[in-house]
Design a protein around this ligand. Sequence first.
Ligand SMILES: *Cc1c(COP(=O)(O)O)cnc(C)c1O
Length: 387
Amino acid sequence: MSDKQLATIAVRTGIESDSQHNAVVPPIYLTTNYSFPSFGDVPEYDYSRGGNPTRSLVADAISDLEGGAGAVVTSCGTSAINLLVSALLGPEDLIVAPHDCYGGTYRLFNTRANKGDFKVEFVNQYDSASLDAALAKKPKLIWIETPSNPLLRVLDIAEVCEKAQKIGALVAVDNTFLSPVWQRPIALGADFVVHSTTKYLNGHSDVVAGVLVAKTQEHTDELLWWGNCIGATGSPFDAYLALRGLRTLVPRMRMHEENCYAVLEFLKTQSRIKALYHPSIPEHPGHEIAAKQQSGFGTMISFEFDGDVEALKVFLNALQHFSLAESLGGVESLICHPGSMTHRAMSDEAQLEAGIAPGLLRLSVGLEDSRDLVADLANAFAVVGEK
Ligand SMILES: *Cc1c(COP(=O)(O)O)cnc(C)c1O
């Protein structure tokens, strides 16, 4: 574990580690395999599914940023989640997950539970009576995603970890929405942290990748073994790109934040918005917990558009600087309609239960000039007109 500041870890990990040519930036190792020095002498790396030096650097960097003992770099965020449940859970084990978790996580847990791989219960974790009732069933793993997608609800990680410890449950936190720059779940008591590196950590929307960080060395070793066993590990090329993206994580997050507040202040003045969701807003139900456990409020914004589907289409078509696309956390601004995009795998009832209204829109505020972003939104609202 590193005692350095986050920006230093992100920038310096692996720099000047090349002993052959003293390259300042570490080279990429695309090799499939590695020769044994001699008969029976097993090297640190033998086959790249199990281990690869380029992947190891990303694992070290992200593990240090999260304050973990080690990490497995995976082919995507979903495979990191699948790796954890594959390694930890058997048919009798229960996982307690949020009812409003990321759509792909919901689909993965649901599908595998239906096959009998483990049991899952989706609960409203923000309601402590519901959470306590689920914990009384002695889950092996508690899944946390905070702030949640897309409504940015906030859960008290330390409080849940305390409850988990009392019943011997492990806690995993999906930290994709904040990155370690603004939230470090292991310091709050979590056992595992998962990221879709695809999002803020890589930050350039040119990689699909994931990572699973463990608090203990024992869990790290177990997960590395399982990563090789089920073939969940990521490609060296993606690892190289992810490390390149990670170098600028801290300054990117600062500027995402600056732009987010400019957009947010503008959205607060708009009559076509029925509800505005961002944990920085004092009336947001998770504001106080976010202020306590996060060092930044995050740069995702959701709002409920006040209008029918036709008006919604006009609004979306008028936007120039917000691409209508899934994903988040890249340098470019995106807008997403969770009901028909990221969360379409959920039934209408499940969507409503999770609070996803038909007019809900989610913004990933990018790094364009905020004046252009605000002007673009203003123009789209003008085109759609007053209600
Ligand atoms: C994108 C995302 C995932 C899944 O990651 P992939 O890299 O797309 O597999 C998981 N959790 C959250 C919160 C996400 O945004």
